[in-house]
Design a protein around this ligand. Structure first.
Ligand SMILES: NC(=O)c1ccc[n+]([C@@H]2O[C@H](COP(=O)([O-])OP(=O)(O)OC[C@H]3O[C@@H](n4cnc5c(N)ncnc54)[C@H](OP(=O)(O)O)[C@@H]3O)[C@@H](O)[C@H]2O)c1
Length: 340
C-alpha cells in the first residue's frame, strides 16, 4: 500500500525534478496528482514512463490525499498550503513562507530528520533554501566532531535557483550577445547575467545584507545549531544548474584537514572529490543530476588556530529543493504516516 501524492508546481524547475526523483527512488505512490496554475491546465509532465496532465491548483480538493509537495512560490503557498493542511494533507513546502515559523519544522534529513515529528502542529514541513541545504549537510559531521564557532560563506549560485524564467533570461541574453538582432534587457535579474556575476540575490535588508544572505544564517541556526555564527555573501553566476560555496569554518576544537576529509567521506549525503591536481575537484557541471553534496579543496586555514577552508557544490534543484523534499516525505512515511 502506497501514498496519494500531490505535486504542486509540477510545470516548474523544482516540480519536474520532484517527479523525476519520486520515480527514481521508487517512492511508494498509489496515486499522483500534478498541479500548476490555470494557464498550464492540461499541459503534460513526465512521471517515470507515464505522462500526466496538470490540473488547476485553485480548484483542487486535497481531502483524502496524504502528502503534497509544494514548489509554487510564497504568494500562492500562502493561499493553498493552509487549505491543503486543513483538508488533512501534509504539506512539504519549498517556499520561504514557513521556514522561520517556530511551529513548522525546517528539515534536512541528514541533519535533523527527527524534527519531522513536529509536522502535526500545522501539518506543514518546510524545506530550506537551496544554499542552506548543501551547506548544513557538509557542516553537520564536522560540527559533531569539533564544534563550529563561525562560518563565512561566499556563494556562486546558478540561475535555475530563480526558476525557469531565470534560466530563460541567461539563455536568451547569451544568444542576443552573440547575435545582436534583438536586445534582452535584465528582467528577472537586477543586472545583465550573461558573461557577468551579480552580488545581489533577493531583496536588501536594513543592515545592508540581502534576504538570501540572511536566510543562510537563520536557517543554518534553526537546522543545525543556534550557537553557530554565520555570515554570507550570495552571488548569482551565469551557470544554469549547480550552486557552489567557498566556505571558511572556525571550530572550537582543532580539526586536521585529513581527519575532516575522512569524516566527510563517511558522512551521509556527502561525496569528497579532493585531489590537489588539475581537475581534482568538482565544478557545477559535474554535479547536475546527482544526489550528493560534493566537497573539494579541503585545507587548513593558516590564519586561524582551528580553521578549515572548503568548496561545496550541489545540484540546487535536487539536494537544494526536490531531493530534500522527497527525502522528507520518505522520513515522514517511515516515522509518522506508516502504510501497509
Ligand atoms: N530553484 C531552486 O533552486 C529552488 C530551491 C529551493 C526552493 N525553491 C522554491 O521552490 C519554488 C518553485 O521554484 P521553481 O524554481 O520551480 O520555480 P519555477 O520554475 O518558476 O516554477 C514555478 C511553478 O509554480 C507554479 N505556480 C506559480 N504560481 C502559481 C499559482 N498562483 N497557482 C498555481 N501554480 C503556480 C508554476 O505553474 P505555471 O507553470 O502554471 O506558471 C510552476 O509550476 C519557489 O518557492 C522557490 O523559491 C527553489
Amino acid at each position: 500500500m502506497g501514498y496519494k501524492i500531490v505535486v504542486a508546481g509540477a510545470t516548474g524547475n523544482v516540480g519536474r525534478e520532484m517527479l523525476n526523483i519520486l520515480a527514481e527512488r521508487e517512492f511508494p505512490v498509489d496515486e499522483i496528482a500534478v498541479l500548476a496554475s490555470r494557464k498550464s491546465l492540461g499541459s503534460q509532465v513526465s512521471f517515470g514512463d507515464r505522462t500526466l496532465k496538470t490540473r488547476d491548483l485553485d480548484t483542487f480538493d486535497f481531502t483524502g490525499w496524504d502528502i503534497a509537495l509544494f514548489a509554487i512560490g510564497s504568494e500562492a503557498t500562502k493561499i493553498h498550503a493552509p487549505r491543503a493542511a486543513s483538508q488533512g494533507c501534509v504539506v512539504i513546502d519549498n517556499s520561504s513562507l514557513y521556514r522561520y515559523d517556530p511551529e513548522v519544522p525546517l528539515v534536512v534529513p541528514e541533519v535533523n530528520a527527527d524534527a519531522v515529528m513536529g509536522y502535526a502542529r500545522k501539518n506543514i514541513i518546510a524545506n530550506p533554501n537551496c544554499s542552506t541545504a548543501q551547506l548544513v549537510v557538509a557542516l553537520k559531521p564536522l560540527h559533531d566532531r569539533a564544534r563550529i564557532k563561525r562560518v563565512v560563506v561566499s556563494t556562486y549560485q546558478s540561475v535555475s535557483g530563480a526558476g525557469k524564467e531565470g534560466m530563460d533570461e541567461l539563455w536568451d541574453q547569451t544568444k542576443s550577445i552573440y547575435n545582436p538582432v534583438s536586445e534582452v534587457p535584465p528582467k528577472k535579474f537586477p543586472r545583465q547575467i550573461a558573461f557577468n556575476v551579480i552580488p545581489h540575490i533577493d531583496t536588501f535588508m536594513e543592515d545592508g545584507q540581502t534576504k538570501e544572505e540572511w536566510k543562510l544564517m537563520v536557517e543554518t541556526k534553526k537546522i543545525l545549531d543556534p550557537a553557530i555564527k554565520v555570515t554570507a555573501t550570495c552571488v548569482r553566476v551565469p551557470v544554469f544548474v549547480g550552486h557552489c560555496e567557498a566556505v571558511n569554518i572556525e571550530f572550537h576544537d582543532f580539526l586536521d584537514e585529513d581527519e575532516a576529509r575522512d569524516i566527510l567521506r563517511e558522512a551521509p549525503g556527502c561525496m569528497v572529490i579532493d585531489k590537489r591536481e588539475d581537475g581534482g575537484y568538482i565544478t557545477p557541471i559535474e554535479c547536475v543530476g546527482e544526489y550528493a553534496t560534493f566537497i573539494s579543496r579541503i585545507r587548513q586555514d593558516q590564519t586561524l588556530d582551528n580553521g578549515l577552508n572548503m568548496w561545496i557544490v550541489s545540484d540546487n534543484l535536487r539536494k537544494g529543493a526536490a531531493l530534500n523534499a522527497v527525502q522528507i516525505a520518505e522520513v515522514l512515511g517511515q516515522k509518522c504516516l506508516k502504510k501497509g
